[in-house]
Ligand binder design. Structure first.
Ligand SMILES: C[S@@+](CC[C@H](N)C(=O)[O-])C[C@H]1O[C@@H](n2cnc3c(N)ncnc32)[C@H](O)[C@@H]1O
Length: 253
C-alpha cells in the first residue's frame, strides 16, 4: 500500500517536471525561411560527414533480414546515410525544404540528378538519381503524403522530430504513421537535455512524449540511451545531453 502511494506520488511529481520542461520550448517557432537561410549561410552544424552511429549500430534491427527496403528520410538534409543505404540496394525517398541541401547531397556524392515538378504538390520539385534509386522531394514535409510515393518499409528519423516546431508534433506524428507500411520499422532518434537552458533546435523530446505521439497505434522499444554531450552542446550552455534511439513498429491487429 505504502509502495503504491509512493509510486503514484513519484509519477505525479515526474509528470509535473516533464510538463514544465515541455512548456519551456512549446512556443518556439522556427520559420521555413530560417532553415533556408541556414543552408545559404552554411550554418549546418547538424550535418555529419559520416554515417550516423545510431543508424549503423541498429541497422540489423531496422532491416530485420529484409532486402530492397524502401527507406523514408523526413527532413533529410544532405545526410550521407541516404547514399549508404542506397549503396546496399535499398531505395530512398527524402523530403527537405532547402534546395541547396538536395543539390549538395548529389554533388558531394558525385551523383547526377534529374529535376522535375511534382504534379500533386504545387511548387514542389523532385530530384532523382535513378541508378541509385534516390528521390528527394523539395517541399514542406506537411505537403507530402502517402499518395506521392506510397508507404515505406523503414524510416530513419534523425534531426527530424527534434527539429520540427514543438507545436506541430501531433501533426508530424500523424503524417509519419500514415507513411508506415504494415511491416515498417521506424528508427527514431531523440534528445534529452534541460530545455530551460537552451531554446533549440534541436528540441527536447522526452520518451513519455514519444509514447503519447505513437503509442496508440505502434509498439515502441527503446534500443539505446547514450551520453552524447560534446563541446558543441556545452557551448549551448548544457551540462547533460542524452541521445535515445527507439524502434517503432505498427501494432499488429
Ligand atoms: C536538423 S536538420 C537534419 C537534417 C538531416 N536529417 C540530418 O540528420 O543531417 C533539419 C533539416 O530539416 C529541414 N526542414 C526543416 N523544416 C522542414 C519542413 N517543414 N519540411 C521539410 N524540411 C524541413 C531543414 O532545412 C534541415 O535541413
Amino acid at each position: 500500500m505504502v509502495k503504491a502511494v509512493a509510486a503514484v506520488f513519484v509519477r505525479k511529481v515526474w509528470s509535473g517536471i516533464q510538463s514544465r520542461m515541455l512548456s519551456a520550448q512549446a512556443d518556439r517557432v522556427m520559420e521555413n525561411g530560417e532553415w533556408e537561410e541556414r543552408w545559404q549561410e552554411g550554418r549546418i552544424g547538424f550535418h555529419q560527414p559520416q554515417v550516423h552511429k545510431m543508424l549503423e549500430t541498429n541497422i540489423d534491427k531496422v532491416l530485420a533480414g529484409r532486402a530492397h527496403i524502401s527507406f523514408f528520410f523526413p527532413l533529410c538534409g544532405k545526410a550521407v546515410d541516404m547514399k549508404w543505404l542506397a549503396d546496399m540496394g535499398h531505395s530512398v525517398v527524402g523530403v527537405e525544404l532547402a534546395e541547396k541541401a538536395i543539390q549538395q547531397f548529389f554533388e558531394e556524392n558525385n551523383m547526377t540528378y534529374s529535376e522535375e515538378p511534382v504534379p500533386s504538390i504545387p511548387g514542389a520539385k523532385v530530384y532523382r538519381n535513378p541508378e541509385r534509386n534516390i528521390s528527394l522531394y523539395q517541399c514542406d514535409i506537411y505537403k507530402f503524403s502517402s499518395s506521392v510515393q506510397g508507404q515505406f518499409g523503414a524510416i530513419w528519423d534523425r534531426g527530424s522530430l527534434v527539429a520540427i516546431n514543438p507545436r506541430d508534433r501531433e501533426k508530424y506524428a500523424a503524417l509519419i504513421i500514415s507513411l508506415m507500411a504494415k511491416d515498417c520499422r521506424y528508427l527514431l532518434d531523440t534528445l534529452l537535455y534541460n530545455p530551460e537552458l537552451y531554446k533549440g533546435p534541436p528540441f527536447f523530446v522526452p520518451d513519455e512524449q514519444v509514447h503519447s505521439l505513437f503509442g496508440s497505434s505502434c509498439d515502441i522499444e527503446r534500443l539505446l540511451s547514450v551520453d552524447a554531450l560534446t563541446d558543441r552542446q556545452r557551448s549551448w550552455g548544457l551540462d547533460y545531453f542524452t541521445e535515445n534511439v527507439h524502434l517503432i513498429t505498427p501494432k499488429s491487429n
